[in-house]
Design a protein around this ligand. Structure first.
Ligand code: PLP
Length: 454
């Protein structure tokens, strides 16, 4: 079935006008590259040019592209149960929920709500945190503390709690004024100046004291950062300290694992690196590895029990828990289990890191950061002072463009002061020789761009 679809898709593309998307898009940045198909760790552009997908799209494609088993599971689900409102049970929903509880979720996270993606899931998590306290009669608790240099999605609540100043630009009047704690970013930290001693974690305690803990419902953070500042990775003690502060002040801890979840960092979830179980955990991207739009919120029993006891509902999204998307996620997670891909993300991550070692000494690389197959490079004008390149030089965009011309797609990241960030998040099935190619092209692309700067 999938083979037939591929063949007919290929023929149809021969007539595609590559500029069509640009004519209808909101912004000129859209379009540009016509992708004919995707397979394994590769994108195949029109005319057959192959581009290594070094970031799995937006750190999404974990099992690799084009697995017929997943497409077939989706087709079967769509034929059997086209659409069913989310509160009803279907075979695909039940199977996926059971698999998650039995094989994936940290101990204690037993409740599952499916959405259509990461931003919706973050929004739902904030809503659930608020509903929890309203149900318990603690109605003063409404604020959600985020962190600087973070990203939680593009819905207005997710933007408000996030610290991505570029994506928040001009939106302030629409955003709730949530407080933001410092990121754990030793390279530019004013408190520790490079040797993290967890003052950044303690700053959360000081912030709660200023705000009044009785006004705070939750704290949300990415256990390991995403593309905003480039895979910011805290030291081992950071998350236990944060969890302890939240617990002491009755604040719910939300781990946003939209990017890090489902194996990307070499553990099922990144919180496992740090021995912490959050009250709510948000997932997306890797859940169905790009085969279908699906996200999820997972919660402890004690978080949702008061909501149920008060007779309140957690309102669903129309397309939440879509049967074909649940079938895709179930088939993806079966492949991850059968092929031991979480362990592979760890071992290939170690290999990638080893190969990146030579770039750690590059005169324009301030730092290589990350865990498993989520790695980033922060590019700077001066490695000794960590002075960024000027914004007008558009270094990240140019490295990404040069990378595509050289045959590898890197994901652009960065947000001041971490202005230029190149993100790596290849499929877990990436082969060692493809890792070599990725690193060679990355080095060459950085050098080509820097050579053209004045
Ligand atoms: C940590 C994190 N949270 C939330 C989101 C938003 O997810 P989506 O783009 O699926 O809405 C992203 C997307 O990159 C993310 O990295």
């Amino acid at each position: 079935m999938v083979g037939e679809i591929r063949r007919s898709g290929h023929n149809a593309l021969m007539d595609l006008d590559p500029d069509a998307i640009r004519r209808f898009a909101f912004t000129p940045g859209t379009g540009g590259l016509v992708i004919e198909r995707t397979e394994g760790s590769w994108l195949v552009a029109a005319g057959g040019r192959r581009i290594l997908d070094a970031s799995g799209g937006a750190m999404v494609a974990s099992i690799g592209h084009g697995r017929a088993e997943v497409a077939d599971a989706m087709a079967r689900a769509a034929a059997r149960t086209t659409y069913v409102v989310p509160p009803f049970a279907t075979e695909e929903r039940v199977r996926l929920s059971e698999r998650l509880r039995e094989q994936w979720l940290p101990e204690g996270l037993t409740r599952v709500l499916f959405t259509s993606g990461g931003s919706e899931s973050v929004d739902a998590a904030l809503r659930i945190a608020r509903q929890h306290f309203v149900a318990k009669g603690e109605t003063t608790r409404w604020k959600v503390v985020g962190r600087e240099l973070s990203y939680h999605g593009i819905t207005l609540a997710a933007l408000a709690v996030g610290g991505h100043t570029k994506r928040r630009k001009g939106m302030d009047p629409l955003l709730l004024d949530f407080p933001h704690a410092p990121a754990c970013y030793p390279l530019r930290c004013r408190m520790c100046r490079g040797r993290c001693d967890l003052q950044c974690a303690d700053a959360l305690e000081a912030l709660l004291a200023r705000e009044g803990p009785e006004t705070v419902a939750a704290f949300i953070a990415e256990p390991i950062g995403g593309s905003t500042a480039g895979a910011l990775t805290p030291p081992d003690g950071y998350w236990p300290r944060i969890a302890e502060i939240c617990r002491r002040h009755g604040v719910l801890l939300i781990a946003d694992e939209v990017m890090t979840g489902f194996g990307r960092t070499g553990r099922r979830f990144a919180v496992e690196h740090f021995g912490v179980v959050p009250d709510l955990l948000v997932g997306g991207k890797g859940l169905a590895a790009g085969y279908a739009p699906i996200g999820a919120v997972f919660a402890k029993e004690e978080v949702v029990a008061p909501i149920a006891a008060a007779g309140d509902d957690v309102m669903f999204y129309t397309f939440g828990a879509h049967p074909a998307a649940c079938a895709a996620a179930d088939a993806v997670l079966e492949i991850v289990r059968r092929e031991k891909l979480v362990a592979r993300a760890e071992s290939m991550g170690a290999l990638l890191r080893e190969r990146l070692a030579r770039l750690e000494k590059h005169p324009h690389v301030a730092e290589v950061r990350g865990r498993g197959l989520l790695q980033s490079l922060e590019l700077v004008r001066d490695r000794d002072t960590a002075e960024p390149f000027p914004a007008e030089a558009r270094v990240t965009a140019r490295v990404v463009g040069t990378g595509i011309r050289n045959g590898v797609f890197f994901y652009p990241g960065g947000c001041d002061p971490a202005r230029d960030v190149i993100c790596l998040g290849p499929p877990f099935i990436i082969e060692p020789r493809e890792i070599d190619l990725l690193v060679d092209v990355l080095e060459r692309s950085i050098d080509e761009v820097v050579a053209k700067l004045d």
